[in-house]
Ligand binder design. Sequence first.
Ligand code: XMP
Ligand code: MG
Length: 179
Amino acid sequence: MGNDLKSVLITKEEIDAKLAELAGRIDRDYQGRDLLIVGVLKGAVMVMADLARAVSTPVTMDWMAVSSYGSGTRSSGVVRILKDLDTDIAGRHVLVVEDIIDSGLTLSWLLTNLGSRGPASLAVCTLLRKPEAAQVDIDVAYVGFDIPNEFVVGYGLDFAEKYRNLPFVGTLAPHVYGG
Ligand code: XMP
Ligand code: MG
């Protein structure tokens, strides 16, 4: 891991086991239904890829890219759609798949936006959540891990576009972000 990471927070094995558990719950909850999973680019790429292969439910996959106006690592809740869905979600069962819920502002905006399109159901699955950072209350059906309020990278999550390809979730050493 070089000297850039302070510690491994969640190992690949722990991620695999957790996604298998969440996939089992999703299979039970969506039994007999047609499920569309929506990944939020770019962070959710790894979770989407692994979760989609862990479920037995037939799923279709679509992607959105949003950008949150704000400085640095802070979210503002003012969101712009960079890439919209290819799919019309009216009448569909939609599960939004996220890498991390931090303040929750981005996701809150996204849920309002998607909800206005008339899906049959709308739920959220996130690998990580920072309870101490929450600024809005969001009902999240599937949570992988509640983590401390620290900046994390790996498994899709980046710092300045780096570290997304790490197979685990880690915390950065202070010198990497100028500490
Ligand atoms: P909010 O605060 O709106 O966060 O829930 C939205 C997006 O911010 C990114 N984010 C992080 N990215 N490590 C990262 O690499 C983190 O600790 C972190 N916290 C938030 C992420 O893209 C999330 O979807
Ligand atoms: Mg994200």
